[in-house]
Write a protein that binds this ligand. Structure first.
Ligand code: C5P
Length: 238
């Protein structure tokens, strides 16, 4: 754990090397951003909550056959994860119309979709993460056809596991974003995080937003909402 080179600084976390080249240390940050980083604020307490939420979900995934990079949570802010070569894609799965999808296609926010809609966004800051299709993924050599199939299969499976998990605590999973990477064996694993920063979560009864839209849309305080998500998830026997 002593090697300590900063490999990457993202919007909500930093990634450091460790003595073991196969293991990285993730440090969650008390930071919230919107509009691809244009709006940025310190949100005291968010790191500790997101580290707990994502650790709990990734543990749950391991018990439910979803391979992922998570190794262990080592402190309030930190976790150890498997070092992967990241695939520069944001994979979004949507169950209900919301956000950019509602806007782009003029499908009213809150409308239940007939089937889960999967989208790819190319992670490239200079291009502003454009939405792309399978052919674009192949022509950009981001992934092969077989890898695209694996990514889609995993994404749909993750959607099912997450829907069931959140249903147990009276939360509707509206949509979410995930990222994948490859290990030395070329196995594709879920990486990054799953938190209210990366999902839309609505209370089943009130439709209240229990996610980062509270910050994006100035709907109130973020911390009590993230705490509520954590408290509910902790009630589920894992
Ligand atoms: O904004 P949009 O409707 O495309 O977001 C879809 C889902 O992906 C939301 O749950 C949002 O939180 C997540 N997302 C993300 N990181 C991004 C863009 C979207 O986690 N850069």
């Amino acid at each position: 754990m002593r090697d300590n080179t900063l490999l990457y600084e993202g919007k909500a976390k930093k990634l450091y090397t460790t003595d073991d080249p196969k293991i990285l240390r993730v440090v969650y940050l008390d930071q919230a951003t919107a509009l691809n980083g244009i709006r940025k604020d310190i949100v005291q307490g968010k790191a500790v909550l997101n580290n707990q939420i994502t650790s709990l979900i990734f543990e749950h995934f391991k018990q439910n056959g979803v391979k992922n990079h998570f190794i262990e949570k080592i402190s309030k802010h930190e976790q150890l994860v498997e070092a992967l070569k990241m695939i520069p894609l944001e994979v979004v799965v949507r169950n209900v119309s919301a956000g950019s999808f509602a806007k782009r296609l003029a499908i009213p926010e809150g409308q239940l979709l007939e089937f889960p809609v999967l989208e790819f966004y190319y992670k490239d800051d200079n291009l502003d993460d454009p939405i792309i299709n399978d052919d674009h993924v192949k022509i950009l050599k981001i992934a092969t056809e077989k890898e695209i199939d694996t990514i889609k299969e995993e994404a749909y499976k993750i959607n099912q596991v997450l829907i069931e998990l959140f249903k147990k605590v009276s939360i509707r999973l509206i949509d979410f974003k995930i990222e994948f990477g490859k290990n030395n064996d070329r196995t594709i694993l879920l990486a990054d995080e799953i938190t209210p920063d990366t999902c839309r979560l609505w209370d089943e009864k009130t439709n209240d937003h229990l996610d980062k839209d509270v910050y994006r849309r100035n709907l109130g305080e973020l911390i009590p909402v993230y705490q509520e998500v954590l408290d509910r998830l902790k009630q589920v026997p894992h």
